[in-house]
Design a protein around this ligand. Structure first.
Ligand SMILES: CC(=O)SCCNC(=O)CCNC(=O)[C@H](O)C(C)(C)COP(=O)(O)OP(=O)(O)OC[C@H]1O[C@@H](n2cnc3c(N)ncnc32)[C@H](O)[C@@H]1OP(=O)(O)O
Length: 163
C-alpha cells in the first residue's frame, strides 16, 4: 500500500545502501511505472491518474502493500525493484487471510544482487505478521528456482481467463 512509513530494516541489512520501503506518491517521478514495464505492459499514467490509483490502494491499508527498493544516494533516486502483497480476507479457515504476491520486478541493471530475494522475503514477512495462513503467487516455469530460493514450494496449477 501506499504510505510514507518506511519498512524497518531486517537484521543484517542495516548497512546496505539499498533501502526497501513502501511506495510513495513521489515514486511516479522516480521511474516506478517504467520499472513495472519491464514485467508487463505499463503505459505511463498522468500525475493525477497515478495519484488516484495511489489513493485507492492507500485506502486498503495494510491489505495492499507495495514495496520498492531505492538507493537514497543515487541521482534521482530511481526505483530499483518492487513487489506487491495483497491480503485476501476469507470466510474459510475461520475468517482466515491469504497473501498474494504480485508484480515482482527488479531493474535489469540491478538484477543478480539479491534485491528480488529481499523484496519477496519482506513481503512474506509482512503476510506472516498480518496473520495470513499462506502466501501464493503465479509465475513462469523459468522462475521456479528463484521462488524456491524465496521459500516457495510448487503447489497446484495456475489457471487464467484474460480479457
Ligand atoms: C509473482 C510475480 O510477479 S512473477 C514475475 C517475476 N518478475 C519477472 O519475471 C520480471 C523480470 N525478472 C526480474 O525482475 C528478476 O530477474 C527477478 C525478480 C526474477 C529476480 O530478481 P533478482 O534481484 O535478479 O534476483 P536475486 O539476485 O535476488 O536472486 C536470488 C536468487 O535467485 C536466483 N535467481 C534469480 N533469478 C533467477 C531465475 N530467473 N532463475 C533461476 N534462479 C534465479 C539467483 O541466482 C539467486 O540465487 P543465489 O542466492 O543462490 O545466488
Amino acid at each position: 500500500m501506499a504510505s510514507t512509513s518506511p519498512e524497518s530494516a531486517a537484521a543484517g541489512e542495516t548497512n546496505d545502501p539499498i533501502h526497501i520501503r513502501r511506495l510513495e506518491l513521489s515514486d511516479h517521478e522516480r521511474g516506478f511505472l517504467a520499472l513495472l514495464s519491464q514485467l508487463s505492459a505499463c503505459p505511463d499514467l498522468t500525475a493525477s491518474e497515478f495519484a488516484a490509483r495511489f489513493a485507492e490502494l492507500a485506502a486498503q491499508g495494510d491489505d495492499h502493500v507495495i514495496l520498492v527498493a531505492e538507493d537514497p544516494s543515487a541521482p534521482e533516486r530511481r526505483i530499483l525493484a518492487t513487489g506487491c502483497l495483497f491480503v485476501e480476507r476469507k470466510f474459510l479457515r475461520g475468517g482466515g487471510k491469504a497473501g498474494h504476491v504480485e508484480d515482482v520486478v527488479v531493474d535489469a541493471a540491478a538484477r543478480g544482487r539479491g534485491l528480488g530475494l529481499r523484496i519477496v522475503r519482506r513481503l512474506v514477512e509482512i503476510a506472516r505478521d498480518a496473520g495470513c495462513y499462506k502466501v501464493i503467487l503465479d509465475c513462469t516455469p523459468e522462475l521456479r528456482a528463484y521462488y524456491a530460493k524465496c521459500g516457495f514450494v510448487e503447489k497446484g496449477v495456475q489457471m487464467a481467463v484474460y480479457f
